[in-house]
Design a protein around this ligand. Structure first.
Ligand code: BYC
Length: 318
């Protein structure tokens, strides 16, 4: 293709983005657009899959049948989200095997938040309330993202995340209305999950290398800092309602800006976790790699079965 032809295609593409048209898998797109979508969507898919681990830890220890059923459904939803997103990613020409390989080799990232341990039942409340709360704030704008398969997957994901957030908040509410000990458990979970939840929304806009281009392509509709502020503004009144304290002495309502001011985030901790040195990085990766290795016989059996059926069809046709 000549340089002029590529330029024409680029212009048509940019005009479609400007008109808010959805870009579909078979449409022409710049290679960088394709690559950045594979990067973000696959990291998102990996986060959903790894994100099942901290909560899976509590399924057998949920305090009642009702709690167990809800938690089980939530964790199953996360598996579904991961699978939609892997499928959406495959429409861009990368295979599922390649995506898994990138996760297992440590080449692809997944969300920092899932490298923290879930040590008490109250963590199931805090994860649902804060982590799924932050996820909704991040993902609602993605329902309007420019790549069709990602946008459509996000609509269903957000509906389910909304149920997840409410089940988490309801666990927190029950604990906060319970005994002193239960309320202390809820406070302790908030103390441990607050800052990692703020970090989950990504580095500051000044440090974010991808935001500018992703905003131009309408992959991202809001910047990391905008989403973080929205999360804080939405969540602090919920903590007040629960009667527990956000662990930030600098947190203060600012009449002038109409937002909460907040304290310094420990970005050093964030980058340590992203680089693989968080409290549970090794455990999470081992769990995924072991699941892949232990599932080899299932994949082999499925392939052998498919091959046998295909051979039967050929034999019948001839
Ligand atoms: N953790 O330029 P930036 C869920 C990386 S799962 C690790 O701002 P971008 C749930 C970033 O990848 C929800 N790495 O990047 C599941 C980049 O590195 P690379 C997960 C992070 O893409 C189960 C570098 O830092 N949600 O809800 O413009 C149970 C510079 O960052 C993180 C999604 O994946 C992080 N937190 O913005 C419960 C949403 N943040 O790639 C709940 C989709 C940044 O150059 N993703 N990095 O090596 C996004 O919206 C964006 O990718 C981000 C980052 C806002 C996360």
């Amino acid at each position: 293709m000549s340089e002029k032809e590529v330029k024409n295609l680029e212009e048509v593409f940019e005009a479609r983005i400007a008109r808010d048209e959805k870009i579909e898998p078979k449409d022409w797109m710049p290679e960088k657009y394709r690559q950045t979508h594979i990067r973000q969507m696959s990291q998102h898919a990996h986060s959903e899959i790894v994100g099942m681990l901290p909560e899976g830890n509590w399924i057998t220890r949920a305090p009642s049948l009702r709690r167990k059923a809800a938690l089980l459904a939530k964790v199953q939803d996360e598996a579904g989200h991961g699978l939609y997103l892997y499928s959406a990613c495959e429409t861009l020409g990368i295979s599922r095997d390649e995506l898994y390989e990138q996760l297992h080799s440590g080449k692809a990232k997944y969300s920092s938040i899932f490298n923290y341990p879930t040590v008490t039942w109250a963590d199931m409340g805090a994860v649902g309330w804060l982590v799924d709360g932050a996820a909704i704030i991040n993902q609602v704008p993605l329902c309007n993202t420019s790549f069709g398969p990602y946008a459509r997957a996000m609509v269903r994901v957000c509906k389910e995340e909304s149920f997840h957030q409410r089940q988490g908040f309801e666990i927190m509410l029950t604990l906060c209305r319970g005994s002193e000990e239960q309320k202390a458990m809820a406070q302790d979970a908030l103390n441990r999950w607050w800052w990692p939840s703020l970090m989950m929304l990504g580095p500051t806009d000044a440090e974010s290398v991808h935001t500018e281009q992703s905003m131009k392509w309408k992959l991202k509709r809001k910047s990391n800092d905008e989403l973080r502020q929205q999360f804080i503004d939405q969540t602090v009144p919920q903590a007040d309602l629960l009667g527990i304290t956000v662990p930030d002495p600098d947190l203060k309502w600012n009449e002038e800006t109409g937002h909460y001011d907040f304290g310094e985030i420990d970005w050093d901790e964030f980058w340590q976790v992203v680089k693989g040195h968080g409290p549970c990085n090794k455990e999470r990766m081992n769990a995924r790699v072991n699941a892949w290795n232990n599932g080899e016989w299932v994949r082999d059996a499925a392939m052998a079965h498919a091959e046998k059926n295909a051979n039967k069809k050929v034999a019948k046709a001839s």
